[in-house]
Ligand binder design. Structure first.
Ligand code: HEC
Length: 112
């Protein structure tokens, strides 16, 4: 029993060492995971649902903080609270990386 737990611990450590920091926030994995977000936040992170914010180009740390807040219940929203409840830390990191890497060009209105 203890021996098995010990071995599982080593396998876990080996897995983490192999995965490395890059895999902890993988933009490609984030793009795949974002399939469940596109219906509201858009394929390119520009929202298509009128009540959803744009995520494209948003700071990764901000996205992580918001998803963690939805998951923990610190921030609540009828849709996002349900969606964030199923996200693992790695999912949040990947999604934040993906959205933060989308380039956004802002053009302020010409008000002369
Ligand atoms: C059913 C529509 C819907 C889906 C699907 C959805 N969201 Fe959202 N999301 C929203 C809405 C609406 C808000 C605004 C919440 C509020 O008003 O507090 C939001 C807010 C957020 C925020 C906070 C942004 C900010 O500016 O504070 C993040 C981050 C976010 N969503 C990420 C995701 C991710 C990642 C997924 C996919 C795993 C996802 N959302 C899926 C509707 C959705």
């Amino acid at each position: 029993m203890a021996n098995r737990a010990w071995r599982a611990g080593w396998l876990l450590l080996a897995g983490i060492a192999l995965a490395g920091p890059a895999a902890a926030q993988d933009a490609k994995a984030g793009r795949d995971k974002a399939q469940m977000c596109v219906v509201c936040h858009g394929v390119d992170g520009i929202a298509v649902a009128p009540n959803a914010p744009n995520l494209a180009g948003e700071n990764a740390a901000y996205i992580v903080a918001q998803l963690e807040a939805f998951r923990s219940g610190k921030r609540t929203h009828e849709q996002m609270s349900i969606i964030a409840a199923d996200l693992q830390d790695a999912d949040i990191a990947d999604l934040a990386r993906w959205y933060s890497l989308i380039k956004v060009v802002a053009t302020p209105p010409d008000l002369d």
